[in-house]
Design a protein around this ligand. Structure first.
Ligand SMILES: C[S@@+](CC[C@H](N)C(=O)[O-])C[C@H]1O[C@@H](n2cnc3c(N)ncnc32)[C@H](O)[C@@H]1O
Length: 286
């Protein structure tokens, strides 16, 4: 009996409520629009504050810093391994070169998508059909050039700026030339951001060297001509060394040229290598 009364009362109340709601909407259609808009607004504001990654929240910023620190220390470890397994293991032993290779953050010299592969035993693409050289080759060329803290170095083929940075850790000044203008501009900005104040990057043809800053104690060339550019030999200081790949488009020999104090040139082949071809003047003078 009690249950039947409660049931009938509840049914009556529901009918009344739905009738008055329908009447309300019937009398005022704009009210329906307002209600719907209000609901959409509330839901979107709540979602934005919950999911907007740009909204600064102290714990998120702190977490991000921790992740960055962790990633940086992982890169330090990857560099340590790269030096011991790819470089020392192959016979590079100059301590200043090994220290520089452990220090320069190679992952900052490759496009973001390639950072995970930055410490692999291979060259990597840097865009414009160019590459950052294999870590071992960078270390070998640097060691062969015998740089010291008083040296002035010329780096032909800036590319990413990595070789210039490795040299800059050891020598007094580095002058670096790149023939692809966007690469030169990006490398210049990158090296500045990383705090290298002893590197100057110029867009131009490295075949001609950099007369204004010659003579150089060290010249490292990272693009292969089919002959040795005479301006580079001329701009070598007495006692200076030129490290250059010379050969055809597929295969070259890495040559070491030393200018003796009397001006004579001593030349020897080091290892077979595969660099990108030198463009510009080098192609015209074939
Ligand atoms: C193997 S990549 C250089 C790698 C670079 N050393 C690095 O650490 O990223 C060779 C570079 O030489 C540049 N290059 C080719 N011919 C050149 C020339 N005549 N003068 C200057 N740069 C040249 C290419 O554009 C390319 O960026």
């Amino acid at each position: 009996m009690g249950l039947a009364i409660w049931f009938n009362w509840r049914r009556g109340a529901l009918i009344m409520a739905s009738q008055s709601f329908r009447r309300l909407l019937f009398l005022s259609p704009p009210l329906l629009v307002l209600i719907v808009m209000g609901v959409i607004l509330v839901v979107s504001v709540r979602n934005r504050s919950r999911f907007n990654p740009a909204a600064p929240r102290p714990e998120t910023v702190q977490d991000e810093k921790k992740v960055q620190q962790k990633t940086e220390s992982e890169f330090v470890e990857q560099r340590r391994k790269m030096v011991s397994s790819q470089i020392e293991a192959r016979g590079v032993s100059d301590q200043s070169v090994l220290t520089a290779m452990r220090k320069v953050p190679r992952h900052q010299f490759v496009p973001p998508d390639w950072q995970t592969y930055a410490y692999r035993d291979s060259p990597l693409s840097i865009g414009h059909q160019q590459t950052i050289s294999q870590p071992y080759i960078v270390a070998l060329m640097t060691q062969l050039a015998r740089p010291n803290s008083k040296s002035k170095a010329l780096d032909v083929g800036t590319g990413s700026g990595y070789q210039a940075a490795v040299l800059a850790e050891i020598v007094k000044n580095v002058y670096s030339i790149e023939i692809v203008e966007p690469l030169a501009n990006t490398a210049r900005k990158r090296l500045k951001k990383l705090g290298y104040e002893n590197i100057e990057v110029r867009h131009g043809d490295g075949y001609q060297g950099w007369k204004e800053h010659a003579p150089f104690d060290v010249i490292i060339v990272a693009a292969a001509p089919d002959h040795i550019p005479q301006p580079l030999i001329d701009q070598l200081a007495p006692g200076g060394r030129l490290i250059i790949p010379v050969g055809d488009e597929r295969r070259q020999d890495l040559l070491v040229l030393e200018k003796r104090p009397d001006g004579t040139i001593h030349r020897r082949k080091e290892v077979p290598v595969a660099f990108v071809p030198m463009t510009g003047e080098a192609r015209k003078k074939k």
